[in-house]
Write a protein that binds this ligand. Sequence first.
Ligand SMILES: C[S@@+](CC[C@H](N)C(=O)[O-])C[C@H]1O[C@@H](n2cnc3c(N)ncnc32)[C@H](O)[C@@H]1O
Length: 260
Amino acid sequence: MTFLYDWFSNNIPVWEKALKRFRNKENLLFLEIGCFEGKATLWLVENILTHPTSKIVVVDTFQGGEDQIYFGVQTNNLLSKFKTNLKSYISKNPKTSKVIIKKGFSGKVLRSLNDHFDFIYIDGSHIAKDVLEDIVLSWGLLKDDGVMVFDDYGWDRYKDETLNPRPAINCFLRIYKGWYKILNSGYQLTVQKKDKKSSMDKFTKTTYENLVLTDTFFKEQINKQVDSIKFMKVIKDSKFYKLWRIYCNLKDTLKINKYK
Ligand SMILES: C[S@@+](CC[C@H](N)C(=O)[O-])C[C@H]1O[C@@H](n2cnc3c(N)ncnc32)[C@H](O)[C@@H]1O
């Protein structure tokens, strides 16, 4: 096997919990947007999609994302690396293959899919507008009660937030409020699709408030305030103070450490 990078193994404990109800079930269909060398794909086929009738569709340009190219990640021969790593699960006939490869830009490939999926992993382009498009297009392909994982929710590598996935994921959380349940929130975010608009359960409501409402409020304050003393006064006087304390404990969110 050829894995030069491992951006997946850290997620295994959370994925095991979120996906245990799928383990070895028949006729499952999963979708991974951005499969790269196949690290997550391999884990899924070996640990969750173990029933012979269950499959995964992977979508990738196999050219690497813009950020990967920028940061010098090796992206040559990605498709052949993926095929080598998953060779036991790929056959030429898509009807019998456990792993089905769709090479191309997700914006195009997703529009051509008619299947409905039990699980969707969003890990393709990290540019906010692309992430938003991937989420909206694939949400319609997710079955009720299906699970969706957004990678790199805590990724804030670029100062220009439109280059990070987070604003797109927060946008989804706001607009689709009531149509999902948050299962886990950390560096990744995991949600489950609800079939009708329902009131949020307590965990989802608290997590939503922590992540989305406070995100906007704190950002506004950060932009307005020039020094940390004034900033903290506004926060302390606001109804968000309690949330601010929780927010500060969320690692990898905004670059707000200087105000702690
Ligand atoms: C972070 S990697 C995926 C890692 C993989 N999920 C894993 O866990 O090992 C992102 C992948 O998305 C692909 N990608 C980037 N932009 C894309 C786009 N617009 N459409 C399809 N694939 C894209 C890249 O080629 C790259 O292989």
